[in-house]
Design a protein around this ligand. Structure first.
Ligand code: ATP
Ligand code: MG
Length: 392
């Protein structure tokens, strides 16, 4: 059976009019980008579907690539034919004959309302043809083979297999966020969930050499390579955080170290977010997971910025997060041992209910703004791209 097209169905289309046009335009661009290496493919972008014409390309890797493009709801391998009923009978019969199973059902969608035969009648004609030429039986509830026919202005599409894809929105329609990427399990998963909603990411990482080793950068690059599946090129800014951390340790009580560190992280992320034209900050925080993520802590930490902060994992438990991490292929990288700036400086009794006034008191003891500016000025930028690591 020579399938000639892949039918691409869109994700959540509550969007209409101009928004739908933008959705399709961005999705078409992302699809073409993702399939760049397959030179023989061509594309037919329409209002209800996008069709990828195979021109003899092996469909398997193409489908696998498309399953990871956000904004695609599902895919079908189809044969496009003339809408002539004799033609439909012939192609549908050939298609079921190539399938395994004992029962079948025909389901027709007549999007072209000018087509002279109504859907039920088409179902009946095709089913009769199949019954006459094969030993298959009809089962309308749970058929082994579902023959789907879509009649559209430009032709008919016939298929028996539909593959799920990742859904969500096309990457880029939702703006860009400054994502706080640690080397742990949570933040890459949070990034994936944002990208699935059509949001592009840029990452910021706080590094504390010599307390954290240089290996962490390799780890981050590997994590971003996994995320390159969803976004071709990801910008990562590495902020030297050691001096700020040491200063915080010097001026504050140990139990406040984490809260103060995280306030500094949010100040830095806020500044970089504005500079880079991002619309929000995002992180892998989840309520109650650790001391710094109680609602009391989050509110004191969040007090340093008026930026929108997106926390996609806010109510997820660790089990769910790990499951997603495995699914996207990040888990094995995330669990590689490394020293995070937070684990190194981890106090024995971190505050779960820090006081905002206390934080302000400690912060008044040093000129953190100058140190923030200095850290930003000394930041290093890396772009992690699909199939290559580029140091700029
Ligand atoms: P993760 O598994 O993502 O490391 P975690 O459960 O270890 O998260 P924390 O270390 O408290 O939790 O960090 C919470 C969030 O803060 C992280 O998900 C990440 O978004 C951000 N974060 C923590 N440390 C760093 C860092 N060194 N650089 C950038 N972001 C960080
Ligand atoms: Mg962490």
């Amino acid at each position: 059976m020579i399938f000639d097209h892949i039918m691409v169905r869109f994700g959540e289309l509550s969007t209409k009019g101009k928004n739908k046009k933008d959705f399709i335009r961005v999705l078409a661009r992302n699809i073409k980008n993702a399939l760049d290496e397959y030179k023989d493919l061509s594309f037919d972008v329409r209002y209800d579907h996008i069709y990828v014409k195979l021109n003899n390309t092996d469909p398997k890797p193409v489908i696998e690539t498309l399953q990871d493009v956000s904004g695609i709801h599902s895919l079908s391998l189809v044969i496009k034919t003339d809408t002539d009923i004799e033609n439909l009978k012939k192609v549908a019969l050939e298609m079921v004959e190539a399938e395994e199973g004992k029962t079948f059902k025909v389901k027709t969608k007549r999007a072209d309302k000018s087509y002279p035969i109504i859907s039920d009648e088409i179902n009946r004609i095709i089913a009769t043809e199949i019954l006459k030429n094969t030993s298959l039986k009809v089962d309308v509830h749970n058929p082994d083979i579902l023959v789907s026919i879509e009649i559209r202005d430009e032709g008919a599409y016939i298929f028996t297999h539909t593959y799920p894809a990742c859904g969500g929105y096309p990457l880029g329609v939702g703006g860009k966020v400054m994502h706080m990427l640690s080397g742990g399990i949570d933040s890459p998963v949070a990034a994936y969930l944002l990208m699935k909603r059509g949001i592009k990411i840029e990452c910021i990482h706080f590094a504390s050499p010599p307390y954290t080793n240089i290996g962490v950068i390799e780890k981050l690059k590997d994590l971003l390579s996994v995320l390159n599946k969803y976004q071709d090129s990801i910008r990562l800014t590495i902020i030297p955080f050691t001096k700020l951390q040491e200063k915080i340790y010097e001026v504050s009580d140990e139990s406040y170290v984490i809260t103060l560190m995280r306030r500094m992280m949010y100040r830095l992320a806020s500044a970089l977010m504005k500079k880079r034209g991002c619309l929000a900050i995002s992180s892998g925080e989840s309520v109650g997971q650790v001391a710094s993520q109680t609602l009391d802590s989050l509110s004191v930490i969040n007090d340093v910025t008026n930026a929108v902060v997106l926390r996609p994992l806010v109510t997820s438990d660790k089990e769910e997060i790990i499951k997603l991490s495995r699914k996207i292929g990040a888990y094995e990288i995330s669990i590689r041992p490394y020293e995070d700036c937070c684990t190194i400086f981890s106090p024995k009794n971190p505050k779960t209910k820090p006081s905002l006034n206390k934080c302000l008191e400690y912060e008044n003891k040093f000129d953190y703004q100058t140190m923030i500016n200095e850290a930003l000025a000394n930041a290093e930028v890396i772009y992690v791209k699909k199939d290559e690591d580029k140091l700029l």
